[in-house]
Design a protein around this ligand. Structure first.
Ligand SMILES: Cc1cc2nc3c(=O)[nH]c(=O)nc-3n(C[C@H](O)[C@H](O)[C@H](O)COP(=O)(O)O)c2cc1C
Length: 546
């Protein structure tokens, strides 16, 4: 099988159908529940500051290029970066069960995403340039490898002054333990949430964050030490996902694109660097999911991958008609939660609704400036309770140049009307009027939250063509973009005084059927709901770090 046929076959077989869910164990093997935190036993730990109180910044400003002046790269500013992106935000308890929640959400709260950072010696003055692993449970860095100054200089040479690297990986087993074959998709959604969380946290530090497109997945695995196979249990392998450059927001924007792939000597130096620590074991026993191994392998970015697409010029910096009062960005970021139930009564004003939609449009600022590929995700919305917007099925075309393509692919009878109160040019269309509450619930695996909010939505990806054109690796990027849209929706819901939830469980083809999509030119990759939450008062809440 070619990598393309592997990826399309994986996507097909991991669809949920009305009469058959994607393959999983079918029950939860609690005895082998994976440990939620990765540690490298024996690696030196550096505690990161938790008591820092930087001046407040208005929530709306984190979407601006130059929200604040750049912080110096040091342990304290790196502490801030992680504190507001991947750190814990609370411990919850029900009976004797206790679990941690984090700034970033995760399907099933299983948190497959692991984060690494490569810092120069000036950031941590006691050390040589080093690779660190971030441990969210203790908010500390574990030193995983020490590099020579020459090595760092050879990398740094290509980066704007004051830059450092962040790498992300997925422990796929954490998700596969519960979700079986569909788990690879969820790991990629979580990756997108983590990227957006990191990008917006970087904005709080006056930094930019840009994903690197020139390093292959194998290069990233080498840098993060994930190819040191004799150290990892094979079943708990960490899949390298991506590398990002973090740089001051004052840096020359062109500089970031020139970061070349690593030379063979660089990879050799990484291999022979001083490596420390042994990854902890996460489960006693494992279940193998060979199709996940196959799709992970097929979607690795090869060396010299070329993105065959127009640059990101089809963007839309939409001016909001509804600015929020100056709410502190860090407060919104930390209060983000998924709703477990929605009230099924409250409604949202049209102005706030349009503001939320506008925020998901790919402007030139954060978090969209992190991406190197053209916009590929559009939103099919089931509007239930928005004042001034009649209930119905709507479409937000996130890249207006794709409207014709969508129109041709979708049901011929759709209206394509601009709803009342929507400014001309805003790419939001009514396709059909009607009560879609029951349909939304059914399509999202019968989950009430999809029907009981203001609106729910399916993220419709341009699918077969860009994957064929760019390569199977692009499958991951589509989920990353969907996850990023999700992270923005989570924050916007909080800022609007509401709450949202990502929905990974939905019936794929029945969603396509509602939209009239008959082939895999477009595919629904992620669902979401926004509304007013009902709190579960049986849960006890504890601070994240005591
Ligand atoms: C990719 C993804 C898929 C999710 N799917 C569902 C879902 O189908 N149903 C649901 O109730 N919650 C879903 N969630 C919400 C998670 O359960 C939630 O993020 C997790 O329990 C952590 O809680 P928190 O978001 O409050 O931190 C999903 C979250 C993500 C990121």
């Amino acid at each position: 099988m070619t990598s393309l046929s592997t990826v399309f076959a994986y996507h097909e077989r991991t669809k949920h159908h009305f009469d058959r869910y994607a393959r999983s164990l079918g029950y939860l093997d609690w005895a082998n529940q994976p440990h939620p935190f990765r540690y490298y036993r024996g690696a030196t730990e550096t505690r990161l500051a938790l008591d820092r109180e930087p001046p407040p910044l208005a929530y709306d400003r984190i979407y601006e290029h130059n929200a604040t002046s750049p912080a110096l790269v040091c342990l304290d500013s790196v502490a801030d970066l992680f504190r507001h992106s991947l750190a814990l935000t609370a411990w919850k308890q029900a009976g004797t069960n206790r679990w941690a929640l984090r700034v970033n959400p995760s399907s099933g709260n299983l948190h497959p995403t692991e984060a690494y950072v490569v810092l120069d010696s000036t950031a941590n003055e006691d050390e040589s340039p080093a690779l660190y692993h971030y441990v969210s449970e203790t908010h500390c860095l574990e030193r995983r490898a020490s590099f020579s100054k020459d090595f760092w200089n050879s990398i740094n040479l290509h980066l704007p002054a004051g830059s450092f690297l962040v790498g992300l990986s997925s422990v796929i087993w954490r998700e596969a333990w519960k979700y079986g074959e569909r788990a690879f998709r969820y790991c990629q959604h979580d990756m997108g949430h983590a990227v957006a969380a990191l990008r917006l946290s970087a904005a709080l530090c006056g930094w930019r964050l840009k994903l690197v497109s020139t390093w292959s997945t194998d290069d990233v695995a080498a840098l993060l030490g994930l190819n040191r196979e004799d150290e990892f249990l094979q079943e708990e392998h960490e899949e390298a996902e991506l590398l990002a450059v973090v740089m001051p927001n004052t840096a020359d924007a062109k500089g970031e694109a020139r970061f070349p792939p690593p030379a063979e000597t660089t990879i050799a130096e990484i291999r022979t660097a001083h490596w420390y620590g042994q990854p902890n074991r996460l489960s006693r026993e494992h279940v193998a999911w060979p199709v996940i191994d196959e799709v992970a392998m097929a979607t690795r970015m090869p060396p010299n991958a070329v993105l065959d697409a127009a640059p990101r010029d089809a963007v839309c910096d939409w001016q909001f008609s509804h600015n929020l009062p100056d709410i502190d960005a860090r407060r919104i970021i930390h209060q983000r939660r998924s709703c477990l139930a929605l009230d099924g009564r409250s409604s949202l004003s049209r102005e706030l609704f349009l503001r939320i939609l506008a925020r998901t449009l790919p402007g030139l600022g954060p978090p969209w400036d992190a991406l190197y590929w053209p916009t590929s995700i559009h939103l099919a919305l089931f509007v239930h309770r928005v004042d001034g917007v009649p209930p119905g099925l709507y479409l937000l075309v996130r890249d207006s140049s794709k409207q014709d393509l969508l129109r041709k692919a979708m049901r011929e009878t759709f209206l394509w009307e601009t709803p009342e109160g929507v400014s001309p040019g805003f790419p939001f269309y009514r396709l059909n009027e009607g009560d879609f509450r029951e349909a939304s619930r059914t399509l999202s695996c019968h989950q009430d939250i999809a029907a009981d909010g203001f609106f729910s939505l399916g993220m419709i990806a341009e699918f077969a063509e860009p994957i064929q054109r760019n390569g199977a690796w692009f499958y991951r990027n589509l989920f990353w973009e969907a996850g990023m849209v999700g992270q923005v929706l989570y924050l916007e819901a909080e800022a609007a005084g509401a709450r949202s939830t990502g929905i990974g469980c939905y019936f794929d083809d029945p969603v396509h059927e509602v939209l009239g999509l008959t082939d895999n030119q477009f595919q629904s990759l992620y669902h979401f709901t926004v509304g007013v939450p009902l709190e579960d008062h049986r849960l006890q809440t504890w601070p994240p770090y005591s």
